[in-house]
Write a protein that binds this ligand. Structure first.
Ligand code: HEC
Length: 136
């Protein structure tokens, strides 16, 4: 039985690996994926630590003009579209920056994290598809 072996240069191989990694990351962030609460909170904790805690602090209490997210009426509101809008558009002329550069999954995860952390116990879950819908 003939065996065909494809020999790739080191460069071609790393290009191929890079491409595969991107494909996998995109699949992991499929905006139509339906998440369970615990997994979304876990993902959101990482997004919060990377993008939000510098201003809002790890304890969610903010400082000075940086409003707290712990106990925030926007975060606790049953109408989830309110916080989605804050994340996509920012608030108070950019004092709170817009985060539309994050993926739908990252925004859904970080909102879900804030809605279920510290004293916030809403049990609410925002799916990536809800963020995607709000972008239009
Ligand atoms: C550069 C500092 C900064 C960063 C980083 C930041 N925020 Fe904010 N955020 C603010 C400020 C300032 C406000 C208050 C705006 C105002 O005066 O209404 C705010 C307000 C908010 C509000 C509304 C609170 C309320 O009760 O009105 C939410 C929700 C929020 N931020 C979530 C986040 C999340 C989630 C992230 C990370 C993706 C984040 N913020 C990153 C500065 C920041």
């Amino acid at each position: 039985m003939p065996i065909h072996v494809k020999v790739l240069s080191k460069e071609d191989y790393s290009k191929w690996v890079d491409g595969k990694k991107k494909e996998m990351a995109a699949a992991a962030d499929d905006p139509n994926k339906v998440w369970e609460l615990a997994a979304l909170v876990e993902r959101g904790e990482k997004v919060y630590a990377a993008n939000c805690s510098a201003c809002h602090r790890a304890n969610g209490k903010g400082a000075g003009p940086i409003k707290p997210v712990d106990g925030s009426p926007v975060v606790l509101d049953a109408d989830k579209t309110k916080q989605i809008a804050v994340l996509l558009n920012g608030q108070n002329n950019g004092a709170m920056p817009a985060w539309k550069q994050l993926s739908d999954t990252e925004i859904a995860a970080v909102i879900t994290y804030t809605k279920n952390s510290w004293s916030n116990k809403t049990g609410q879950l925002v799916q990536p598809a809800e963020v995607l819908a709000a972008r239009k």
